[in-house]
Design a binder for this molecule. Structure first.
Ligand code: DBV
Length: 257
């Protein structure tokens, strides 16, 4: 078992972790882009702790995969595994503000209560059609295709609205064979479709002037601040790894703009 990861682009290998194939798909899709490691402090590359009761301890692991490219300021995957207690892949691509690109976001979460699955290309400024329209025109047909095969995930907080696209794919699935089947036959191909559209948009993106960059950067900061403040994983990560580690992880790795 490899527990020493020296670089953020070394492969993540957490025995038993169910989201490994999704991360491998993403890394494969990114490979043509000339990936450089993204600096991540050792304590966040691979963190293992014990949680649960004294009688029934559970080993929990959080590993971070990350890279950067010419057009991506940061690509990072937070990989969390605590056996039946939790299995998570949270994957975000943060584009450089030099390009009129949304964020790629995937949140694949398995808890004892079931799976929560979210995919989106999220805008830095939802009110700006130059930023959104070319994305949404291509995203919505892909969204429609996969949404029809999944139950709706239910309401999301009103305050989160400015950060979602109309192609936000959001579902909750039960544990067990039925949920597993939909993950393999719908969620995984949907993840790959969203990512290939994102990489196609990235390839076409041309640098914008300074003034536009500043506008996009301001929107990116609003998004990142919101995600850091409202991170739904805060409670889980705090239980697993403690409050200091978790706050540093959220602010200096996960949402570090
Ligand atoms: N979510 C994160 C990070 C995680 C993570 C960095 C490191 O942003 C995991 C892990 N998400 C995570 C966990 C839960 C959720 C829930 C553990 C369950 C929390 C719990 O029930 O205890 C999508 N994720 C959610 C919820 C939404 C999203 C809407 C439910 C929130 C709630 O019930 O309050 N996250 C949200 C989203 C993206 C995203 C739209 C981007 C596509 O990453």
């Amino acid at each position: 078992m490899t527990t020493t990861r020296l670089s953020s682009t070394d492969s993540v290998n957490i025995p038993g972790w169910g989201w490994q194939p999704f991360l491998e798909d993403a890394v494969q899709a990114l490979k043509p882009l000339n990936l450089e490691p993204y600096p991540v402090a050792e304590d966040f590359l691979y963190k293992q702790d014990q949680t649960g009761s004294k009688a029934k301890p559970v080993t929990v692991t959080t590993a971070t995969w990350a890279c950067k490219t010419d057009k991506f300021r940061q690509v990072r995957a937070a990989c969390v595994y605590g056996g039946a207690a939790a299995s998570v892949l949270n994957f975000v691509i943060n584009p450089s503000a030099r390009f009129d690109l949304p964020f790629f976001g995937g949140d694949l979460v398995t808890l004892p209560s079931g799976h929560l699955l979210a995919l989106d290309l999220q805008p830095a400024d939802k009110s700006d059609p130059i930023h959104t329209q070319h994305v949404w025109d291509k995203l919505i047909p892909i969204f429609e295709r996969w949404r029809s095969k999944l139950p709706d995930g239910g309401p999301i907080p009103e305050e989160a609205q400015p950060f979602f696209s109309p192609g936000f794919l959001w579902t909750r699935l039960p544990l067990g064979d039925e949920g597993e089947h939909l993950i393999n036959t719908v969620v995984r191909p949907a993840f790959n479709d969203y990512l290939s559209l994102y990489l196609e948009l990235t390839e076409a993106a041309q640098p914008v002037p300074d003034q536009r960059r500043d506008h996009l950067l301001a929107g990116q900061r609003r998004y990142t601040d919101y995600r850091a403040e409202k991170d739904p994983a805060r409670g889980m990560l705090t239980r697993f790894h403690g409050r200091d580690w978790t706050e540093k992880y959220i602010h200096t790795v996960l949402f570090d703009l």
